[in-house]
Design a protein around this ligand. Structure first.
Ligand SMILES: [Zn+2]
Length: 125
């Protein structure tokens, strides 16, 4: 069921492919957010967030990446009814414990590196 509102209008812009934009328009501009006066900033912000997400993904610990992938798969499987929500919760609990262990190990390693550097600096004086 779709609710129609006679007050709402569609965007009057034309897409790159020549078809009419089907998005809802703002009452003040007559355009959707992607075709309105702030469109260029929205596109820039979108590109930046994609870049940030990409950077985060490439810089993420490979072990965490696997866990995040597993959680994503589990969420899809729960949604598709392939596994029960209880099984999904169990996986999430295990994943959370794994993430904490990986993060803790990573923190220990970074701290050890800093301690070695600090000792090295002290010996120079
Ligand atoms: Zn539009």
């Amino acid at each position: 069921m779709t609710l129609s509102n006679p007050e709402r209008r569609r965007c009057t812009a034309t897409r790159k492919d020549g078809s009419a934009c089907q998005a809802w328009a703002s009452k003040t501009t007559g355009f959707c957010p992607l075709h309105g006066p702030n469109a260029s900033q929205i596109h820039v912000d979108g590109g930046l967030s994609k870049t940030r997400a990409h950077m985060l993904e490439t810089r993420m610990n490979p072990k965490l990446k696997d866990i995040v992938q597993l959680l994503g798969m589990a969420a899809k499987q729960v949604h598709a009814g392939q596994i029960t929500p209880q099984q999904g919760s169990a996986l999430a609990s295990i994943a959370t414990a794994l993430i904490r262990a990986v993060e803790s190990a990573e923190l220990e390693m970074r701290l050890a590196v800093l301690e070695v550097r600090l000792k090295g600096d002290r010996n120079e004086f």
